[in-house]
Design a protein around this ligand. Structure first.
Ligand code: GDP
Length: 455
């Protein structure tokens, strides 16, 4: 009954960002929300007496001192038709620090009210079945979203797209499990063979769907975290100049002395709606002092961890492509020949089979081409597609556990039906952990819904 105690408390918090603003929103959730609303509106009774889900203009007073704190809008959301599923009151007041602290102070003086913990409103929404865990994560992502594509992905997840996929898979697993259990429990009652075969075929299809969902090159996670791009190349090729040009600001030191960029410098960009982090790295070359060697080690590490590399070569030295950079060029690398203002690009126009783009970080020539090429790659890596993508390592882990359990089911279903059923149960439970639906009693619902064994 611990949960009931937690929910019987009424919580409140500033729902908008801190600091000065035109409007601030303070939210109250729990059984006392209505009483609190009535009190702050200066009413004697305990009922809010305002129409539900309508903004009402009100003067807000401190119930203890009677002092007017502000005037603003209040909205009354009686549960369960509210964000948390509980009674909720919202105060839309002027966004000044003294107004906010005045209202918060008045609320905390009411017996039984306490300040909400981080995420507690959403947690209550989850506990009251208003959203599953993936939707709650989608809400968190929506608040963090910095680019249009991130917003789209977060919104889709908040609206339940991803959760519905997992719920559908879990239901299919539970249905197959119900069939297996029935086959075990009623083995002497001649369940038709085709039921077993159909369940198995369903699971084969499901395993394929999960496998293809898992091999998505991390596009959902990439979109959430931002695509990592590393600029690599020999010293003085113009890496820092390129980064500055891309960032349109002086994020990296541009200098004429070889080996000045010793650490990794990052800028965050919104590239056609996709979030990217571009890192400038130390010039790759042999020799140099210990600090430079450390810089090169970090450069290689950054390059290896990046989703995409821009290998910048010095056009002045071309076609002599620096070998320590050339060896890192692969299919996830765009080859860039810089300083094309100094006399154009001589053949060959490729490194390791990757065709080269000529640019000048000095004049800006070719940058639009390069940006278009980068944007195309990035969009390809994070494209939203019709099918929702998993967005967290947590989803991936649970899905892998589900897939592994399914694999074990296939291995043992012929010889040991009991073990096989247990593997199906584990597979369903792994999926249930993603959405937060873990109750094993679901199996009973499926049995009673799908079966009319009725003997
Ligand atoms: P990094 O060591 O690769 O980061 O190279 P920098 O960006 O520090 O540039 C090295 C030198 O090349 C500087 O003197 C830059 O001004 C110069 N530079 C960079 N890009 C170009 C370019 O496109 N054309 C010309 N002519 N010079 C460039």
């Amino acid at each position: 009954m611990e949960q009931t105690t937690a929910f019987s408390q009424t919580i409140f918090a500033l729902a908008s960002a801190g600091g000065r603003a035109g409007v601030a929103v303070i939210r109250v959730s729990g059984p006392q929300a209505g009483v609190v609303l009535a009190r702050l509106m200066g009413r004697r009774g305990d009922a809010p007496e305002t129409p539900p889900r309508r903004a009402v203009y009100a003067q807000l007073t401190d119930p203890v001192s009677g002092e007017t704190l502000d005037d603003g809008l209040v909205i009354w959301f009686p549960g369960p038709a509210s964000f948390t599923g509980e009674d909720v009151a919202e105060f839309h007041v002027h966004g000044g620090p003294a107004v906010i602290s005045g209202i918060l102070g008045a609320l905390s003086a009411v017996d039984g009210l306490r300040l909400a913990e981080p995420g507690e409103f959403t947690r209550r929404a989850f506990e009251h079945g208003k959203m599953d865990l993936t939707a709650a994560e989608g809400l968190a992502d929506l608040i963090e979203a910095e680019t249009a594509a991130q917003r789209r992905q977060a919104l889709r997840q908040l609206e339940g797209e991803l959760g519905r996929v997992y719920e559908n898979w879990r239901e299919r697993l539970l249905s197959a499990l119900a069939h297996s259990e029935a086959a075990i429990d009623f083995s002497d009652e001649d369940l038709p063979d085709h039921i077993e075969a159909a369940a198995r075929a369903e699971l084969v299809g499901l395993e394929e769907e999960i496998a293809s969902h898992l091999t998505d090159r991390r596009r959902g996670e990439r979109l959430r975290d931002g695509c990592r791009i590393a600029i690599i190349g020999p010293p003085n090729a113009g890496k820092s100049s390129l980064l500055n040009l891309l960032a349109q600001r002086d994020a990296a030191i541009v200098s004429e002395t070889a080996g000045t960029t010793r650490d990794v410098i990052e800028v965050h960009l919104d590239l056609g709606g996709y979030p990217v982090t571009i890192a400038d790295t130390a010039g790759l070359r042999d020799g140099g002092d210990a600090i430079e060697a450390e810089g090169i080690r970090r450069a290689r590490r950054t390059a290896a961890a990046a989703d995409l590399r821009l290998a910048v070569f010095d056009g002045e030295r071309w076609p002599e492509a620096d070998p320590s950079t050339a060896e890192l060029v692969d299919a996830d690398t765009l080859v860039v020949i810089n300083k094309c203002d100094l006399g154009g690009l001589k053949p060959p126009h490729e490194v390791n089979g990757q065709s080269a783009l000529a640019i000048s970080a000095l004049t800006g020539d070719g940058i639009d081409h390069l940006l278009a090429a980068v944007a195309e790659r990035v969009a390809g890596m994070m494209d939203l597609g019709d099918f929702p993508a998993l967005t967290r390592a947590r989803h991936r882990e649970a899905l892998e556990q589900c897939r592994d359990a399914l694999g074990r089911y296939f291995a043992s279903s012929g010889s040991s039906p009991e073990l096989a059923a247990e593997d199906l149960r584990l597979a369903a439970r792994a999926l249930g952990r993603i959405t937060g639906r873990v109750d094993v009693d679901d199996i009973l619902d499926v049995i009673f819904r799908d079966f009319c064994i009725g003997k």
